[in-house]
Design a protein around this ligand. Structure first.
Ligand SMILES: NC(=O)c1ccc[n+]([C@@H]2O[C@H](COP(=O)([O-])OP(=O)(O)OC[C@H]3O[C@@H](n4cnc5c(N)ncnc54)[C@H](OP(=O)(O)O)[C@@H]3O)[C@@H](O)[C@H]2O)c1
Length: 218
């Protein structure tokens, strides 16, 4: 696939490298030409100016700090429709670091905010829960990547990109569930900063088969 990456930081570079290794053609761009070159060199991706990142892409990853989301989407032409019809992966965490409180407006997911800034894009919330190192070092067991979105084809494409990272995709619902997934990141970050292993705070409950009628009781 052709994957466009908006952002040149730690997670953008890690995912660019992993998807390059999986055989995809990655174009990467950020607001700094110098950092774009460095991220491309480190990951094997092609450096691209922001207006060209989404051109011809099968999927686009939006991978910047929350404060930069509107700026980079604008520079990539998203408000004018450059991402229309394209799966747009959103791994951003608008979380108060160390506290875990979401900085997005109450009741609305950042993924929904992003969808409003990128008309026609098929936003998929995914890849926001695991640190970048999950995708750069061999994991002892595959990570389940909880994700949500409204477009079935976009979920399929992003699911296959998750599998290319060694993860297992798990769709929890439409974009109206994104706020819940984002709150989970806040929960995980808050516990990690409190010195607690977040996994130890999650009960082991039996899973029901897909479509099964019985929900586990907690
Ligand atoms: N790192 C992880 O393990 C991880 C895991 C899950 C989710 N995430 C999420 O992924 C996103 C990127 O995190 P990161 O750790 O890769 O951050 P990072 O290494 O600090 O990189 C941040 C990126 O955001 C860009 N940026 C910041 N403000 C901007 C603005 N106003 N306009 C345009 N670009 C701007 C930076 O550009 P400059 O270099 O030009 O400043 C850089 O490309 C965040 O939303 C984070 O919550 C990260």
């Amino acid at each position: 696939m052709r994957i466009g990456i908006l952002g040149t930081g730690t997670l953008a570079t890690a995912l660019a490298a992993a998807w390059t290794r999986a055989g995809h053609d990655i174009g990467i761009g950020g607001r700094s030409a110098e950092r774009t070159q460095a991220a491309a060199k480190a990951s094997g991706a092609q450096p691209r100016p922001l207006p060209e990142v989404a051109v011809g892409a099968d999927a686009v990853l939006l991978c910047v700090h929350w404060e930069g989301v509107a700026d980079i989407l604008t520079a990539a032409g998203a408000p004018a429709g450059s991402l229309a019809g394209i799966p747009l992966v959103d791994p951003t965490n608008a979380v108060e670091h160390g506290v875990g409180v979401l900085r997005a407006e109450p009741g609305r997911a950042t993924a929904q905010h992003i969808a409003a800034l990128a008309p026609g894009a098929h936003v998929v919330k995914a890849l926001h829960l695991f640190p970048s190192t999950q995708w750069t070092t061999p994991a002892p067991s595959p990570a389940t990547v909880a994700m949500c979105g409204d477009d079935p084809r976009a979920l399929e494409i992003v699911g296959s990109l998750v599998r290319d990272l060694g993860g297992v995709p798990a769709v929890v619902g439409g974009l109206d569930r994104a706020r819940q997934l984002e709150e989970v990141a806040g929960f995980v970050i808050a516990l990690a900063f409190a010195g607690v292993d977040p996994q130890s705070a999650i009960p082991a409950v039996p899973s029901s088969p897909p479509g099964g009628a019985t929900a586990p009781s907690t």
